[in-house]
Design a protein around this ligand. Structure first.
Ligand SMILES: [Zn+2]
Ligand SMILES: [Zn+2]
Length: 151
């Protein structure tokens, strides 16, 4: 992903700093949790979510974006990964416990060391499926762009 990509408004790029470790750090307002905030179309939005939506595509239903770089002010979509929402996990204690005993994801991919990602909340995630999700949402995004509409 290129820093300065025209899909993102200049006023946003102007407030992002490209750090040596590849983060695009928000230099303007951060909320109390350390996430970058920007006002867009009259609403206050999270910078990392806006960047992901502009450069990758819609965030899949029920998923939140996790910072792989642990820098919450970072808006580089390469550093973001969609993970299950924390609220969903807390709501489904029984389900989470059941999932922990499974050896395969619901699409039949084995939970091997390479294929398993442990989310910050201790939930196991199938990397193969996560990649497929990201690819599918990217393709939807590209199809929309080709149809001449902006996200
Ligand atoms: Zn980063
Ligand atoms: Zn899978």
């Amino acid at each position: 992903m290129a820093f300065g990509n025209p899909l993102v408004p200049d006023r946003i790029w102007a407030r992002l700093r490209h750090t040596p470790d590849g983060c695009w750090e928000w230099t303007a307002h951060l909320n109390y949790k350390g996430y970058g905030k920007v006002s867009l179309h009259g609403a206050c939005k999270s910078v990392h979510r806006v960047m992901y939506q502009l450069l990758v595509g819609p965030i899949p239903d029920g998923l939140d974006l996790d910072h792989l770089c642990r820098n919450r002010a970072c808006g580089n979509p390469d550093h973001l990964e969609p993970v299950p929402k924390r609220t969903n996990i807390l709501r489904g204690q029984g389900l989470a416990a059941k999932n922990a005993r499974k050896t395969h994801c619901k699409h039949g991919h084995e939970f091997t060391t390479e294929n398993t990602r442990i989310t910050p909340i201790g939930h196991r995630e199938c990397r193969t499926c996560a990649k497929a999700h990201a690819r599918a949402s990217h393709e939807r995004h590209m199809a929309r762009m080709a149809a001449g509409r902006t996200p």
